[in-house]
Design a protein around this ligand. Sequence first.
Ligand code: GLY
Ligand code: MN
Ligand code: MN
Length: 423
Amino acid sequence: MIKEDEYAKRRTALVKKLQKHSVTVFFSAKPKQRSNDTEYPYRQNSNFYYMCGFKEDNAALVIVKGEKKSKTYLFVQKKDELLELWTGKRLGKKEAQKVFDIDVICTTDTFDKKITELLQSKLHIYFDFSMQDERLDKLKKLTSHLGSHENIAQKVGAQRLCKSNGEIKLIKKALSITKEAHHLAMKKAKALHTEGELQAEIEYVFKKRGAYNDAYTSIVACGNNANTLHYIKNDEYLKNGELILIDAGCEYDYYASDITRTIPVSGKFTSAQKELYSMILSVEKEIIGMVKAGVMRSDLQKKSEELLCEGLVTLGVLKGDVAKLIKHKKHKKYYPHGIGHWMGIDVHDEAPYKDKKGKEIPLMSGMVMTVEPGIYIGESDMSVPKRFRGIGIRIEDDILVTKDSCENLSQDIFKEIKDIESL
Ligand code: GLY
Ligand code: MN
Ligand code: MN
């Protein structure tokens, strides 16, 4: 769990970047309707959560910055016995005062009145432009006369780039659960019948170990299904002789893990699968070896494209001169995605890749990123030797950037052929 004083430190750091005479508003996430009167499980808005750690809906965090001082307000739902009977316990104002180190706790029903008061004689308003919310529409109308409207998400995103020790601990915890799930998948795949069954085994581990949410919808893709990058139907049979691409990671106390392993249904790789897999694994390791503070993510991307293209030529998937193939982007057909992304509260962490001037942000100590090269060869790609058709392989680890190198936070999750086969 992130300690209360860390949230206070995050707010203090943010306040330093705000203009004087400003009001900043963060809203909690809206519950999402699934259909008719059923809802998706509630998950707090990441930026709101990052700034205060409050998990309930119908809440708002307001930071008022004056000439010298700032004051923070948290709006929480009123206690309501009848509603709590249906939707669960609420903390309420009194308890929130005990738990949160915030200047003023109010109830949400007073928000409209209070925000009008707080906005008086202010010049600037900050809010999250990406939220689609009628509360935000109301706020925009209320503040249309103000000198500036700025997107707070960019400032929070910049803060979210580098992780604290507390955050890294939670990512490690998420990964320890995800590891158990992937290892169980390696053990069980042979005995199971469908992708969905395998998904259930993985997510059973998540829940059993206290990770009640997935960081994203699991991909369990057998054979040619792995060539659909966002395959989430997971409803087909596992076929002997094929590979299963499993991209699944739990979220633990609001922190993500994001792991892909590609394993054989039968427990043994065929020779064609082995050749392709070994090539991708060696590229993955080489790219991880490059990760350290000061390196550009675009250099990792470039290198991964060169290495994978070279590997594809060696295996006879692509033909011709590597430099020319890259120049004409021929490798993109088989490696169409990025080498990796920032990860944290969100699996694709909402933190910037470029600075305000549009310049790429180099890797910094404390960042967490994925490294995830992959090759995808469609079953009907006649330009490729038959033995490689219908194979999709990705290997993905979660890497902490350090000053002089990096730490592979998921290094214990098996990815060597002999280790996977041993399970
Ligand atoms: N699981 C999503 C991704 O790998 O980016
Ligand atoms: Mn990823
Ligand atoms: Mn992934």
